[in-house]
Design a protein around this ligand. Structure first.
Ligand code: NAD
Ligand code: UD1
Length: 336
């Protein structure tokens, strides 16, 4: 299949490109590079051994997006383009609503115009807000306890896609709710390259291990979890990427929703320990107060994707930390 990948130069998109080409698909990337580097695409091209068509473009540029749809005849779209920094979304809500929602609306309009019916959307476990139960399943309530505009954009876009699919029975939409993607391609040539000081745990720990940051601040050790620190479902980004390729093979009219996670919860201290083992570096940490908006624990059941897609994660936490360390130690300044 020929796939349009919006946001394909980003962390998850670059890994999806590798999996798409490995499975025999081709892709065209549209990305405005607002949070990524063209170097990521060049490195993916080295891994897959061919050129990947790339357009530096904001998805909201309707006229140019139409031209690309007219020229390419896509079979499907994987829509990853969006802003994703939770704290920034609280400070700049309009930027987040405008970017994430408008880009989806323009994309859906182009798909309708050019009769492209298949879309995979990168949603997030954040739509579950405060988990109704653990492990989370796809039928759990969403929208209760979402604490930030970023999370609301994911919730709202899901609703938009549900409504559009209802109105047009030809549409085949798959919503993938990612848990916590970590790790990197095993080559160590592509990986997560956050701007400034990382907000997420894994890139922060990796930067402490490589000596760029002094210590990890652990946000609270008084949660109702086995060691008191926050528990999450960390999924290797290559497993997540593979989930998209598998989902492409199982598209059908209407809406399908899948959680992509491992099914296992891992604590902050367990992550620090696993990264210490993988890197062989001492990783100092300090317990500080809880971070606003955090929940104690959040992990997927992963049973639905396993049953209906035949997909499950294949890589361990240890591999994810080793791959992340390979990327971080080979590229201490990311793509710069
Ligand atoms: P990323 O920032 O690395 O990738 C997003 C890409 O989209 C970037 O390359 C950015 O330049 C591009 N982009 C943003 N707005 C655009 C626009 N209007 N037009 C064109 N390009 C635009 O983030 P990522 O971690 O790879 O995440 C990809 C998607 O998955 C995002 O939608 C994110 O919200 C979602 N997601 C990520 C996580 C995570 O933990 N990384 C978890 C759940 C969901
Ligand atoms: C966060 C976002 C979520 C987003 C996801 C991926 C919040 C409230 N949620 O999820 O919406 O989809 O990132 O981008 O921000 N931690 C520390 N020290 C750190 C960083 C994190 O102790 O320096 C802890 C957190 O308290 C949490 C765990 O590590 O228990 C994971 O945090 P993080 O990587 O930020 O992911 P989430 O909070 O799950």
């Amino acid at each position: 299949m020929k796939i349009l990948v919006t946001g394909g130069a980003g962390y998850i998109g670059s890994h999806i490109l590798v999996e798409l080409y490995t499975a025999g698909h081709t892709a065209v990337v549209v990305d405005n590079l607002s949070n990524s580097s063209i170097e990521a695409i060049k490195r993916v091209e080295k891994i897959v051994g061919c050129k990947i068509p790339f357009h530096k473009l904001d998805v909201r540029n309707r006229a140019k997006l139409y031209q690309i749809f007219a020229a390419e005849k896509f079979d499907a779209v994987i829509h990853l383009a969006g802003l994703k920094a939770v704290g920034e979304s609280v400070a700049k809500p309009l930027d987040y609503y405008a970017n994430n929602i408008d880009s989806t609306l323009v994309l859906l309009d182009a798909m309708k115009h050019y009769k492209v019916y298949k879309l995979i959307f990168s949603s997030s476990a954040t739509v579950y807000g405060t988990p109704e139960k653990l492990p989370l399943t796809e039928d759990c309530q969403t929208g209760v306890g979402i604490t930030n505009p970023y999370g609301w954009t994911k919730f709202m876009i899901e609703q938009i896609l549900i409504d559009v699919a209802k109105a047009n029975p030809k549409m085949q939409f798959t919503l993938l709710r990612y848990f916590n993607p970590i790790g990197a391609h095993p080559s160590g040539t592509i990986g997560e390259d956050p701007n400034g000081i990382p907000n997420n745990l894994l890139p922060y720990v990796a930067q402490v291990a490589v000596g760029k940051l002094d210590h990890v601040n652990v946000f609270g050790d008084d949660y109702d979890t086995p060691d008191g620190t926050g528990v999450r479902d960390y999924i290797h980004v290559m497993d997540l990427a593979n989930g998209h390729v598998v989902a492409l093979q199982h598209m059908k009219p209407g809406i399908q929703i899948f959680d992509l996670g491992t099914g296992h919860g891992v604590s902050v201290l367990e992550i620090i320990d696993a990264f210490t083992q993988a890197s062989g570096k001492k990783i100092t940490y300090k317990i500080i107060e809880r971070r606003d908006g955090d929940v104690a624990a959040c992990y997927a059941s992963a049973a639905k994707a396993n049953k209906q897609l035949g997909w499950k994660t294949a890589r361990t936490l240890e591999q994810a930390c080793q791959d992340s360390w390979r990327w971080q130690s080979k590229n201490p300044n990311g793509y710069n």
